[in-house]
Design a protein around this ligand. Structure first.
Ligand SMILES: NC(=O)c1ccc[n+]([C@@H]2O[C@H](COP(=O)([O-])OP(=O)(O)OC[C@H]3O[C@@H](n4cnc5c(N)ncnc54)[C@H](OP(=O)(O)O)[C@@H]3O)[C@@H](O)[C@H]2O)c1
Length: 251
């Protein structure tokens, strides 16, 4: 990455594979000191030298706090976090399993809240820092098969909007990253053609560029984002007709 980045120390969750992994590698290549967390120590070890790897299950709030403490004691004050830990499983109307819904909400939403609680007080006390998390374009609207996943991502977008004004006044920046389809282990299970599919290194590049530019929302690829936003603005009868015709029958 040619551009000099505005952070010295970063902590990334969901860092063992996919988008989070590439964000870690690109930040480290640009000279940022990076701590990387996910549950699997083996996958984290594959990130290679120069990256501090700290296994973590983000559903454990006290473990999130302990990891944030450890990152600061080993690398210094954290000035960027990217919370990317996430899970996805498709849902059909024949298999509404409350345990899956709770697991998805606990990982995707409460996982971010747990990590947020671990870093926000120290950043506000310092009057600086940048907190971001990965939501999704799936949070823009309800989509077939996303009944467990979509609400967690809508909640993450809403959470970012709730916090931005107050956090900004305390000197802390909030950003939400909304990717479209990215080719990672998470989407490998999809048995339909994913429009505008992007590679994870490109998703990471766009995420970091948006963060460095200080954008509140970083959404890509822009063509897919524009289509989804236009769809969302339609009256519900037309919205559901188009979803049924172009999405339900394709998934
Ligand atoms: N791929 C897409 O098309 C897409 C689109 C929009 C948004 N997103 C979001 O982007 C983020 C990254 O997804 P990805 O596509 O890169 O998927 P991925 O390759 O499956 O990465 C998910 C990461 O989260 C970690 N993780 C899962 N549960 C965890 C837990 N309880 N505690 C800590 N870490 C946990 C996984 O590592 P361990 O299993 O080792 O814990 C892994 O590092 C997710 O939030 C996802 O929802 C993805």
């Amino acid at each position: 990455m040619a551009q000099a980045l505005p952070w010295k120390t970063a902590w990334v969750t969901g860092a063992s594979t996919g988008i989070g992994r590439d964000i870690v590698l690109q930040l480290a290549a640009a000279g940022v000191k990076v701590a990387a967390s996910a549950r699997s120590p083996e996958k984290l070890a594959a990130l290679g030298p120069g990256i501090v790897t700290i296994p973590l299950d983000v559903t454990d709030a006290s473990a999130c706090l302990a990891v944030a403490d450890r990152v600061e004691s080993e690398l210094g004050a954290i000035d960027l976090v990217v919370f990317g830990a996430g899970t996805y499983a498709p849902v059909t109307i024949d298999s509404i399993d409350p345990k899956l819904f709770a697991h998805t909400m606990n990982t995707n939403y409460m996982g971010v809240v747990n990590c947020l609680a671990a870093v926000a007080p120290r950043m506000m006390a310092r009057g600086s820092g940048h907190i971001s998390w990965i939501a999704s374009v799936a949070g823009f609207m309800g989509l077939p098969k996303a009944a467990a996943y979509g609400p967690t991502k809508a909640a993450l977008i809403n959470l970012a909007e709730c916090l931005e004004p107050e956090m900004r006044l305390k000197g802390v920046r909030i950003s939400v990253i909304n990717p479209g389809f990215v080719a990672t282990p998470l989407t490998a299970q999809n048995d339909f053609e994913m429009p505008f599919l992007m590679q994870p290194d490109e998703a990471a590049r766009r995420s970091i560029a948006g963060l460095a530019a200080g954008r509140f929302e970083i959404a890509y690829p822009w063509r897919f984002v524009a289509i989804l936003r236009a769809l969302r603005a339609l009256p519900y009868p037309l919205f559901f007709r188009l979803i049924t015709r172009f999405v339900l029958k394709a998934t």
